[in-house]
Write a protein of this length. Structure first.
Length: 863
């Protein structure tokens, strides 16, 4: 049997190492795929499947994509859940002996895919390691160089809460931890990989070589190190551009669990799953992608540190109060590119001249930005101003060297600016003006030799030559080297002409090579300043986020909340930021809120469906979150005592995928709240107990309410919307409970929603009214009214029957009491008879009296 061709053998060897990937095998200007990879890829990418002779007398299925447009094909495969391995030619094919050397240069997965179009959001990859008492988590976005790590206690719900904040596109778990893998698999529709984890020493080694972060303990090192190991193995680059490492403690931030974040629609709307109509959609008016990402991070992790919150608030206030400055800063920010992302491009050496020009344009505005910032006096803005490095040297370097109109390709020249390098200028001059140079040379030689008709010509055999006619032979100088004799003329070359020819012929290539070499030097010089560039990027990011908050506050009439360590939440004329935006400011009815840990601990909110209960409760939670992010709030006035955790149990969301019933989901969410809430927490309960029968539901709601209200148990600030009107009785029974209702006005068969929260309970459900509003046919409504009436009547009849029974029972009891009283009386009478001293007649009379009384008593009992 014939052997495989050498190239196919090489392919086979390489493919062996990346069996689980689709291998992009570089062949000249194409990436080719073979065998099964080709079959899969041609289908997924909708490209032609061909075949190539692979030596075995057989043809291998093959398909390919041009290398310069490979990115979009890779993106498609990644999105469809494949891993892609890139195999490049690592030596110059011209210099290769035998088959060109090829190596895998990168493995691309969902978490390591770098979007060249620079999407605005992060792309996190997460590593979960099981440690003593819980989990260590590390998240990295290799495109921006951000890395975060934290510890989560041994509670899978908390693990999921934390991971979901980052919405990672890839999660790594150890091969030796199948349980975690299963848990994650159940909860995330993400690419989860089981990999071999390395030991702690190797972890520290990797940390020290790549990211040099300050000391971390073993648990964190294990997680960071394993993530790094995976990255190094798949990306084959150094990760020393990861400078933004942050180890944080979950309890140092306002904790909002996964359900609550989803219910409150913090980053995406439940229905559309888009950012629009979410709180983030309102708050993110950032000019740069960096600012957008930071606002999302601030929203996922609001603060609990009162000093830090107020630093942000003061900065936002200053920007808010200086509208002209704000507008000027916004204009500058508008011109700034995603420079955070450039750092990874440096690391992958994929920076092109256009990127450097973008960087230059971004740096260009920095002196002006610094000048504008210097006009502020709040601590945070002052600090940002002084930390803002205007990177003048980097600007100068790029400005002097890189052509503004440089193309993306580094192999086509036109990168280096005129005046930066003498050789570049000369070569460019040559390649552009070759004709001119030859004419100049001809002119020069004519003058030097005195040969008037001396001519420069070109042929394929000798290249450029000097032609002298017979009559002038005597004038030919010695330095002329004869090359060809014709009938009437001689052809010569000179050293100078050879050099000129060489330059003319090769100028273009030489120029391209030289420009590329210079570009690499410039790129490396800029890269050496990456620390400073990243620090500046951080400053810009924060400024952008603060400006966005100020802009949102101005556009939407928000006010600065007073955030303090007390425990009162007082909101005057608060609004729901998203609903207000949707229905318009003037259509939204603002409402007040008064919560504290004493008299106003638990607010029971009743009112018909659609009255606005959920909106109201969410609005309180959103205002607290916004305040703790350091953002202005939709209210006329707000005092926010810092909250440690926010919980919500809203609506009935069936979790079909996990096979749990609505009620089960509801109860486990309630259980989670009761387990984790503290007296500093804010809880929202919307219709707890709805998922089961009335009495069950009511009892559960009642008991839950008692439990959260009880200071010795939880004593959290709670908003409790319910349709169990019975619960309003608790106002008098449990201290700290207050009844509120969302007011409606009844007008005949219709109700008008007033959307106003007022004190007191509500004793009607208005269900049929709401059904009428919803457009249920009048016939059905009338029938419903009839049924309701009957039920109510039956209810009354039942009540009356009950009353009657009660009366009968009372009388019966009375009779019993009467009879037993009589019995005692009779016995006493008999006892008192002095038998020896009475006459037979007297005895007979007494007997007759007693008998009479017994008959009377018996008659009464029978009644
Ligand atoms: P409930 O929870 O009582 O059933 P929702 O809070 O879902 O009612 O409110 C129903 C609708 O009423 C919302 O979608 C919103 O459009 C409108 N709404 C709620 N609160 C207000 C308000 N304060 N001002 C104006 N419209 C409101």
């Amino acid at each position: 049997m014939q052997e495989l061709t050498p190239m196919m053998q090489q392919y086979m060897e390489i493919k062996q190492k990346v069996k689980d990937c689709i291998l992009f095998f570089r062949l000249g200007d194409f990436y080719e795929m073979f065998f099964d990879d080709a079959i899969v890829a041609s289908k997924e990418l909708e490209i032609a499947l061909t075949a190539r002779d692979c030596g075995n007398n057989e043809k291998a299925p093959m398909c390919g994509v041009p290398y310069h447009s490979a990115h979009s094909y890779i993106a498609k495969l990644i999105e469809k859940g494949y891993k892609v391995a890139i195999c490049e030619q690592v030596e110059d094919p011209k210099l290769a002996k035998g088959v060109v050397k090829r190596e895998i240069t990168r493995i691309i997965t969902p978490g390591t895919f770098i979007d060249e179009n620079f999407s605005r959001s992060n792309n996190f990859i997460c590593c979960v390691t099981e440690v003593e008492n819980g989990f260590a988590l590390t998240f990295v976005d290799i495109s921006t160089g951000e890395m975060y790590a934290c510890l989560v206690e041994n509670d899978t719900q908390k693990l999921i809460n934390e991971i979901s904040k980052y919405t990672p596109n890839e999660i790594l778990v150890s091969l030796s931890e199948p349980d975690i893998y299963e848990v994650l698999k159940r909860n995330y529709n993400t690419f989860i990989q089981r990999v071999n984890f390395i030991d702690i020493d190797k972890c520290y080694e990797l940390i020290n070589t790549h990211i040099q972060i300050a000391t971390v303990d073993d648990t964190i090192a294990l997680s960071v190190g394993n993530l790094l190991n995976y990255l190094v193995e798949t990306q084959k680059i150094s990760f020393n551009y990861i400078k933004k490492f942050e180890f944080y403690k979950i309890q140092n931030y306002l904790q909002i669990d996964f359900n609550t974040r989803r219910n409150l629609e913090l980053t995406e709307s439940i229905i559309t799953r888009s950012k629009k109509n979410s709180l983030l959609g309102i708050l993110d008016q950032a000019k740069t992608s960096m600012g957008s990402r930071l606002i999302k991070k601030w929203l996922e992790r609001p603060l609990i540190d009162v000093v830090e919150i107020n630093r942000r608030l003061d900065a936002v206030e200053e920007l808010y109060n200086n509208f002209t400055l704000l507008v000027q800063i916004e204009e500058l920010l508008d011109g700034i590119y995603d420079i955070e992302r450039l750092s990874s491009k440096f690391a992958y050496k994929s920076i092109n001249a256009k990127d450097l020009i973008s960087l230059k344009k971004s740096i260009e505005v920095l002196p002006r930005l610094k000048e504008l910032l210097s006009k502020f006096s709040s601590n945070l803005l002052k600090e940002l101003c002084s930390n803002l490095d205007t990177l003048d040297d980097v600007y100068e370097l790029i400005h002097s060297s890189i052509d503004e109109n440089a193309s993306v390709s580094l192999k086509e020249g036109g990168i280096i600016k005129e005046g930066y390098d003498e050789d570049v200028d000369r070569l460019r001059n040559i390649s552009k003006n070759s004709k001119e140079l030859l004419i100049q040379y001809e002119e020069k030689e004519r003058n030097l030799t005195g040969i008037k008709n001396l001519k420069i010509g070109y042929n394929k055999v000798f290249g450029y030559y000097i032609e002298v006619t017979k009559s002038n032979y005597s004038l030919v100088p010695e330095r002329y080297i004869r090359k060809q004799t014709l009938a009437n003329a001689e052809r010569y070359v000179t050293e100078e002409l050879k050099k000129l020819e060489d330059e003319i012929v090769n100028a273009e290539q030489k120029l391209i090579d030289l420009e590329y070499q210079l570009f690499c030097e410039i790129r490396d010089r800029v890269e050496s300043q990456i620390d400073r560039i990243q620090k500046t990027a951080s400053c810009i990011t924060i400024i952008d986020a603060l400006c966005s908050f100020a802009r949102v506050a101005i556009d939407n009439r928000y006010t600065k909340p007073a955030v303090y360590l007390g425990d009162r939440i007082f909101i005057k004329n608060g609004r729901h930021p998203v609903v207000e935006k949707m229905i318009g400011h003037s259509n939204f009815v603002p409402n007040d809120t008064e919560l504290d840990s004493n008299q106003n601990r638990v607010l029971i909110i009743t009112g018909p469906n659609m009255a606005g209960k959920s909106t109201y409760m969410r609005q309180v939670a959103l205002i607290v979150i916004m305040a703790q992010m350091g953002c202005f709030v939709p209210a006329e006035e707000a005092q926010i005592g810092i909250v440690d955790k926010i919980f919500s149990r809203i609506g009935a969301s069936d979790d079909i995928s996990s096979g749990q019933s609505t009620f089960m989901v509801e109860m486990s969410e309630v259980a989670n709240i009761l387990k984790n809430a503290t007296s500093k927490s804010l809880i929202i309960f919307d219709e707890v107990g709805r998922g089961t029968s009335t009495y069950d539901g009511l009892s559960i709601a009642w008991a839950v309410l008692e439990y959260v209200a009880d200071k010795t148990r939880i004593g959290a600030k709670t908003l409790f919307a319910t349709h169990y009107h019975e619960l309003t009785e608790l106002e008098d029974k449990i201290p700290g409970v207050k009844n509120y209702r969302v007011d409606v006005k009844e007008e005949g068969k219709n109700i008008i929603f007033l959307r106003k929260i007022v004190r007191g309970g509500c004793d009607s459900s208005y269900g049929i009214h709401v059904a009428r509003l919803a457009g249920i046919p009048e016939e059905v409504l009338q029938r419903a009214e009839q049924i309701l009436k009957k039920l109510e009547e039956a209810d009354i009849n039942r009540k009356e029957a009950k009353k009657l029974r009660r009366e009968i029972k009372r009388e019966f009891t009375e009779q019993i009491e009467f009879f037993s009283y009589k019995k005692d009386e009779i016995i006493e009478k008999i006892e008192n008879i002095d038998i020896l001293n009475i006459t037979p007649i007297q005895a007979l009379n007494i007997l007759s009296e007693l008998k009479h009384e017994i008959i009377k008593a018996k008659e009464r009992q029978l009644l």
